[in-house]
Design a protein. Sequence first.
Length: 106
Amino acid sequence: MSSSDEYEYTMTDLPSSGTSVTGTDDYTQAEYELSAAEAGEFLIELGERLQAGDDVTLSGDGWDLEFAYDDAVELEIEHVSGADAELEIEVELSAADGSDSPPTLG
């Protein structure tokens, strides 16, 4: 994975309504309310970067995150049935150097 192979996902292109961003010096969490088509487009682009082994750069309103990840990826699928049925799919990338230190926020 080299910096010349990085791809930037510009999160600011996503709808700003329904967006929640929480951040400190070492933690950022962003949640977006998207259409299924918008989420699918983002996931396809992210998947292509993962398949290519490229580092990932994410950008949002007032934050940038550059991340070199380890080849092992944790995929978690959670399903809740009932009146408020939900399906949650989480992709977790660990830092390439194996440390627990957070990625650099620019």
